[in-house]
Design a protein around this ligand. Structure first.
Ligand code: ARG
Length: 437
């Protein structure tokens, strides 16, 4: 039941934390200056070797492997490193350092992805497309407006990770097994040395808390939910029935039998990986349930789901950003799709309201007109005016001005709406947020 097979990923973090620990032991005169010097040199040499990819000796877990290697590098002084410390506070210290690092990397990737959506919006400012509800045509929108919705989602994901980082970035070391230690340690000094914002106040909580992992995985699950929704849309939009977008060659694959195929495999893989990340969240939540305080060996099982989720999210972000950047928008097809599904019906109803009719009544009048048109397979603008007037005498020649896709988009000037000026405002705000780290 060894964990070395997966927790070797923590080697750099464990060594970093151990360096701070032995320095503190020296400062506090818990170990001699000589031993402190031997340990620091030995740990620093090991850190260099680990960074170069040299393998550590076989052991139950990464912490024992490092101690074993340290005996070789520093001699018997290595036996003093574990003073005032337990693997219980040691392992979770290394894990918090790891998660903090991953948050910083992922946050950078999310920023890049957000920027890719803003660029896509800027490059395609004029394209109009149907906006959907229930995947049925709803109202016309700017394609840029749709892309920016994703930029906002990934901005929120960054904020969520920043919030998780705050609660992750506190030091458990010094809790020892669970009750604290009899040695005069200086936890605040270690915290500062490792860049933690402070120490965990309760030693029992320090070794048993894994909330930061559940929060981290919940934040990652939402990242994947957002990626998966976008990828699903790419699959729909690149289907020839839509043909709104062309996914670039590196992100599609052919078929071994059907020569015409351009399957959006990368998008499908991202959608598929979403399930793995949700699985990791469920694994950690289930792991925590019903564990008595404080440390239990169950907690060793917290690592594989986190490593797996981090790998999946990184791979997904790394493929999605270039996929977004290389997306070709087929504005003609998008505009043509606006002729389907009577997407200007709301605009017609709104126009009746502006001429004095209560909205609920206008809704019924336009529904009747749409039914009439649908039965005859006509667009709304081809219903003869005398027929329209039978539905309501308020109809007039103005109908043709109202039945314009660009007019409908331009008219939605309400804050956050799809009118070009509002979309430009969003682009500016996002640009500012992306510059500010
Ligand atoms: N490898 C263990 C983990 O990841 C280290 C802590 C072991 N502590 C113990 N008392 N058995 O949780």
């Amino acid at each position: 039941m060894a964990s070395i097979g997966f927790d070797h990923r923590l080697a750099v973090y464990d060594l970093t934390a151990s360096l701070a620990h032995v320095e503190m032991l020296g400062r506090q005169r818990i170990i001699s200056g000589r031993d402190r010097g031997r340990l620091v040199r030995g740990l620093a040499a090991l850190l260099g070797r680990v960074k170069r990819g040299v393998r550590l000796p076989a052991a139950e877990d990464i912490h024992y492997a490092i101690e074993k290697a340290l005996f070789k590098a520093a001699g018997p002084a290595a036996g003093r490193m574990h003073t005032a410390r337990s693997r219980n506070d040691q392992t979770v210290t290394a894990f918090r350092l790891y998660v903090r690092d991953q948050i910083d990397v992922l946050s950078g990737s999310l920023e890049d992805l957000s920027a890719a959506f803003v660029q896509l919006a800027e490059k395609n400012r004029r394209a109009v497309m149907p906006g959907y509800t229930h995947l049925q045509p709803g109202q016309p929108i700017l394609a840029a407006h749709h892309f920016l919705a994703y930029a906002w989602m990934f901005q929120r994901d960054r904020e969520r990770l920043a919030d998780v980082r705050r609660r992750t970035n506190v030091l458990p070391l010094g809790a020892a097994a669970l009750a604290g230690t009899t040695f005069p340690i200086d936890r605040e000094w270690v915290a500062r040395r490792l860049g933690f914002s402070g120490v965990i106040e309760n030693s029992i909580d320090a070794v048993s808390d894994r909330d930061f992992l559940a929060e981290f995985l919940a934040a990652l699950s939402l990242v994947m939910a957002h990626l998966s929704r976008f990828c699903e849309e790419l699959m729909i939009w690149s289907n020839p029935c839509f043909a709104f977008v062309t996914v670039a060659d590196p992100f599609v694959t052919g078929s071994s039998i059907m020569p015409q195929k351009r399957n959006p495999d990368m998008a499908e893989l991202v959608r598929g990986k979403t399930g793995r990340v949700y699985g990791s969240l469920t694994a950690v939540l289930t792991l925590l349930k019903a564990q008595p305080l404080a440390y239990n060996r169950d907690l060793q099982e917290d690592k594989p789901p986190v490593f797996d989720a981090v790998d999946a999210v990184k791979a997904s972000l790394d493929v999605t950003a270039p996929m977004v950047r290389s997306l070709r928008i087929n504005a003609d097809k998008m505009r043509a799709a606006c002729r389907l599904g009577y997407i200007l019906a709301t605009d017609l109803a709104d126009a009746l309201v502006r001429r004095g009719m209560p909205f609920r009544q206008a809704h019924g009048v336009v529904a009747a007109a749409v039914n009439y048109a649908q039965e005859r397979d006509l667009p709304l603008e081809d219903i003869p005016l005398p027929v329209l007037r039978k539905f309501s005498p308020l109809f007039g020649t103005w109908v043709h001005e109202v039945l314009s896709v660009d007019g409908a988009v331009a008219a939605r000037k309400s804050r956050g709406g799809t009118a070009p000026a509002e979309v430009s405002r969003q682009i500016q705000r996002l640009r500012r947020l992306l510059r500010k780290k």
